[in-house]
Design a protein around this ligand. Sequence first.
Ligand code: BYC
Length: 311
Amino acid sequence: MSTIAPSKEQLLAEFESKIAAEMKIEPRDWMPDEYRQHLVRQISQHAHSEVIGMQPEGNWITRAPSLRSKKILLAKIQDEGGHGLYLYSAAETLGISREQFIQWLHVGKAKYSSVFNYPALNWADIGAIGWLVDGAAITNQVSLQRTSYGPYSRAMVKICKEESFHQRQGYEIMWKMMEGTKDQQQMAQDALNRWWWPALMMFGPHDNESANTSNAMKWKIKRESNDQLREKFINKTIPQAELIGLKVPDANLQLLDDETYKHGDIDWNEFWEVVKGNGPCNQQRLEHHKRAHDNGAWVRETAYVAGLNQK
Ligand code: BYC
């Protein structure tokens, strides 16, 4: 008995009906090339962000002000490395090797979040990163738990559980500093001033400038747009700042009748310069990653040989 292979039209119709029915697309399912490429780009960039994001914080492990804060920071940074690994694994299910993803990062073909190209100058910055950068990341990732690609969605569920601890770690640092001396309060305010706008930029360009959003929404890769997520983050973070006596550095902020905020203009020139590689730490972050990757070659080779021996 001969079986007739389904046509591309039939496969596409089946794919679209799964998306419409809120079913997850799994690695062995047929998917359009554009859907696969979109996911390869987004998930690998997300993985790179987690791993490069370890650098600004890693710098402060040896200078944490107490053993308690050092242990918490170590655990947090280790979590970020783990998030990178879940995400590389999810991206590899799309048929591209981890080596390839890393190579694309090293030659500048793959991006990572702009926010990690800013320096962490003092301990208050560790508070601001946890509170604002992880806070922004969670807002996005909670939404991505419902993404249509199964492995990405499942990675997000696990990551979100850990990220909420990270956000609290950062907020606790800011809150303690605001209960401290005038100098400590000033340090916390200064860190908020420097990290607020880069945190808002993490959500990407406004919806009308976002080249990838239309396909991402059609395929339910993204469930909410860049602006919707940014607004959510702003509306929940401003009351947190006010509660501990911090002032969000936006002279044009307006509280609207429905208790939401209208924010001032974001400096998109700065954003695109950082994305293009001209931020304060782009070069340093990438060089550090390349050096660590080269220094770790023997570990990968040993693990590979050990893996072959087991076969
Ligand atoms: N930075 O069409 P758009 C963490 C690019 S780590 C750099 O709106 P899309 C943590 C964008 O890629 C977790 N580039 O894109 C770790 C596109 O260029 P390409 C961080 C950006 O994909 C350690 C172009 O601009 N979270 O939590 O629809 C310590 C046009 O944008 C950025 C993630 O990685 C940016 N901020 O939406 C602490 C989230 N924004 O690729 C914490 C995963 C935009 O066409 N990613 N671009 O050349 C996403 O959710 C989406 O990709 C984005 C952008 C919302 C970022």
